[in-house]
Design a protein around this ligand. Structure first.
Ligand SMILES: NC(=O)c1ccc[n+]([C@@H]2O[C@H](COP(=O)([O-])OP(=O)(O)OC[C@H]3O[C@@H](n4cnc5c(N)ncnc54)[C@H](OP(=O)(O)O)[C@@H]3O)[C@@H](O)[C@H]2O)c1
Length: 436
């Protein structure tokens, strides 16, 4: 049998502790599959004295993850610290530069430094594996990079944040407000004490930026993502969506258009009958649309210790099975130096259907004025519905669903309606996404 693969794990929190535990309980089976043992020979975390409920065996302790990364005693450095810079970046860079394979679950790190790190890995002939960084346990990286090679991807989109999907699912199922569902998510440990990063879409954006690079062969460009979170979604939106045959999901969408690449994260209406609309609670899902395959949807647990550890261990096992001296495939599906500069499509040129909810004064001529603003901007309407407001007799709700139009036209029409002075409240605009 080949020599054991010696791994060093930096970060022994939710994911790191699960990885150590699963490598212990599944050691014999992994050895059979890989033809060699996977041995955890060294670990690092901040607090050596903390009881983590795991057996670290004889693993050597390092206070400094960078020292662990350059240790001659390891073949693979597993980074489970988190954060886009700091200890995670310093240790991953050191490991790659000193010729160690790296496995990481760190989307923030890859979103910011992925291309630069991939270039080092490819130059050194080592692997930089990161399946766990996008949608946790769902094998979307390998699917896109390996199984779909030869396919031309036109769009990739998905539910990549369990916190947001949990909140939206509860809002619809229980008729509760955003704030009530957020509190419940925090109580259950699905949302952080400071939930901004999740609910404002930043976490989804990190993951989307990585998928965009693999899908379209371009450099990662998280700064070019159009971002809107879910904190202004109300029960009125959820109910109107349901009446019209839609469900609201926070989607990350990357799409190739004639003018460049669209990357956007925002609340989205998807047809209730679509497969992605059936993805509930903390579950994640990623849909990939290609020329040869049509739409493929992968769904499963996107976070949590065991689900994420499953992807990390899959990445470690790939390294254990790889042959010495074998040239490894490029990190983002094509060599880092060949990734194209990112060409951003302007959000104003986005084409699609729109849901627009307006709360208006109940006055003669309002309806006609709204319809005129739509017509002036060449927006054709699929439906226009008017509801009385049960609590406020002087106000009415008008819900418009447009046929395909552009973001620029919708913004101009809504600006016009606002200027006309008929609105009681801020208008709500939600994009509609095609989904099978
Ligand atoms: N949790 C999930 O469900 C999930 C899902 C997918 C991806 N991920 C990613 O996985 C990574 C780890 O997440 P997590 O949830 O396991 O985080 P976590 O529970 O906060 O654990 C972080 C670990 O890193 C250690 N650490 C922090 N700074 C360090 C430093 N300077 N030197 C050495 N160790 C240091 C901490 O040490 P102490 O324990 O001593 O404080 C802790 O053990 C992140 O990149 C995250 O985005 C997480």
């Amino acid at each position: 049998m080949a020599d054991a693969l010696r791994i060093g794990i930096a970060g022994l929190g939710t994911v790191g502790a699960s990885v150590v535990q699963m490598l212990g309980t599944k050691g014999a089976e992994l050895t059979r599959q890989c033809g060699r043992e996977i041995a955890t020979v060294a670990v690092s975390a901040r607090d050596r004295g903390r009881d983590r409920g795991i057996d670290l065996g004889n693993a050597q302790w390092f206070d400094d993850p960078v020292a662990l990364a350059r240790s001659a005693e390891i073949d693979v450095f597993v980074e489970l610290i988190g954060g886009e810079d700091g200890a995670a970046l310093a240790s991953v860079r050191t490991a790659l530069e000193t010729g160690r394979h790296v496995v990481t679950a760190n989307k923030a790190l890859l979103s910011k430094h992925g291309v630069q790190l991939a270039a080092i890995a490819e130059k050194k002939g080592v692997l930089l594996n990161y399946e766990a960084a996008v949608a946790g346990g769902i094998p979307v990286i390998k699917t896109m990079r390996e199984a779909l090679a030869g396919n031309q991807v036109s769009r990739v989109f998905g539910i990549m944040n369990g916190t947001c999907n949990y909140i939206l699912t509860r809002m619809e199922a229980e008729g509760l407000s955003f704030e009530e569902c957020l509190k419940e998510a925090q109580r259950l440990g699905y949302a952080e004490a400071d939930p901004t990063f999740d609910i404002e879409g930043h976490d989804t954006a990190h993951k989307l930026s990585i998928l965009t690079s693999i899908a379209f062969g371009c450099r990662i460009s998280a700064d070019d993502i159009y971002l809107e979170g879910i904190s202004n979604i109300t029960q009125a939106d959820i109910r109107a969506a349901a009446e019209l045959g839609y469900r609201i999901k926070l989607l990350g969408v990357a799409q190739k258009t004639d003018s460049g690449i669209e990357q956007r994260v925002h609340p989205t209406m998807v047809p209730t009958s679509s497969v992605i609309a059936q993805v509930h609670g903390v579950t994640n899902a990623v849909a990939i649309e290609t020329d040869m395959l049509g739409e493929l949807l992968l769904s499963g647990p996107g976070a949590g210790g065991n689900a994420t550890a499953s992807a990390v261990i899959g990445d470690i096992a790939d390294i254990a099975k790889s042959r010495p001296g074998f040239q490894h495939g490029p990190v983002f599906g094509r060599p880092a130096r060949e990734l194209q500069p990112y060409k951003r499509a302007r959000m104003r040129s986005h084409a699609g259907g729109y849901f627009i909810r307006l709360t208006v004064h109940d006055r003669i001529g309002v309806f006609a004025a709204i319809a005129r603003r739509m017509a002036d901007n060449d927006i054709s309407l699929e439906s226009i519905v008017q509801h009385g407001d049960a609590t406020e007799t002087e106000h009415k709700t008008v819900i418009l669903v447009t046929h395909e139009t552009t973001e620029a036209a919708v913004r101009k029409a809504v600006e016009g309606i606002t200027r006309d002075g008929h609105l009681v409240d801020k208008p709500q605009v939600i994009r509609i996404e095609r989904a099978a």
